[in-house]
Design a protein around this ligand. Structure first.
Ligand code: TIU
Length: 216
């Protein structure tokens, strides 16, 4: 068993029953010209997450923790993209439009791929997801149950959108969840702080928050 200082109290887990869920570390969210930028966001705010997320992956690999990467993306024919999602907001380019990294948020295009530092390794699981939550319309729950996983560690982007949604989905399915502060980020720093506060409030209503600096 491993015990990490965390809030609201220490997070204790068996690495053999634990998986890392690294959310959407894709060029479309982190690099200029991708989905995040077309929504009007300053993607440079996510740059510091890359090294921390890579360090978290390395920490987990060293302990034998199973590494899972999710990517938010859609089929080329957009058949898995609800019209409401397609219509949302006033982006400069919409999902499926051609951008500087290929078609925006389309599976198989360069923009939908992971940033190089977060490239999956053999044995990792990659989950392509059409929604914000990684349990919606994917095999994630079946895969976790097949491996008898009980505890999940989270990182990735963005904290209050896909990371928090997935963590809440996981919490409702009975997984013990912890998020690593340095390894997640938002286009809105105040939203990241609020999301972390919401997760750990009320005795850990959604789960634990912990710091990479406290993970030896
Ligand atoms: N826009 C935003 O903050 N996030 C997303 O659209 N997707 C994820 O969080 N991955």
């Amino acid at each position: 068993m491993i015990t990490i200082p965390a809030q609201p109290d220490p997070f204790r887990f068996d690495p053999r029953r634990t998986a890392l869920v690294m959310i959407d570390m894709q060029r479309d969210f982190i690099e200029p010209g991708g989905f995040g930028a077309t929504l009007g966001n300053d993607v440079s705010l996510l740059a510091p997450v890359v090294d921390a997320a890579a360090a978290l992956v390395a920490w987990c690999r060293a302990l034998g923790i199973w590494v899972i990467h999710t990517k938010e993306c859609h089929r080329p024919d957009l058949s898995d993209c609800p019209p409401a999602k397609l219509r949302r907001g006033k982006p400069s380019l919409r999902i499926g439009d051609p951008g500087v990294m290929g078609r925006i948020l389309i599976d198989g295009e360069p923009g939908a791929d992971f940033v190089p530092a977060l490239a999956p390794a053999p044995g990792d699981l990659v989950i392509a997801k059409p929604g914000k939550g990684a349990f919606y319309a994917t095999v994630l729950e079946d895969e976790l149950k097949a491996r008898h996983i009980t505890h999940l560690i989270f990182g990735g982007v963005t904290t209050e959108v896909c990371v928090q949604t997935t963590m809440r989905e996981a919490n409702d399915r009975g997984f013990e969840c912890a998020i690593v502060e340095e390894a997640t980020g938002s286009y809105f720093p105040e939203f990241k702080d609020s999301a972390l506060a919401m997760i750990r409030a009320q005795g850990g209503i959604v789960g634990w928050t912990m710091k990479l600096a406290d993970m030896p």
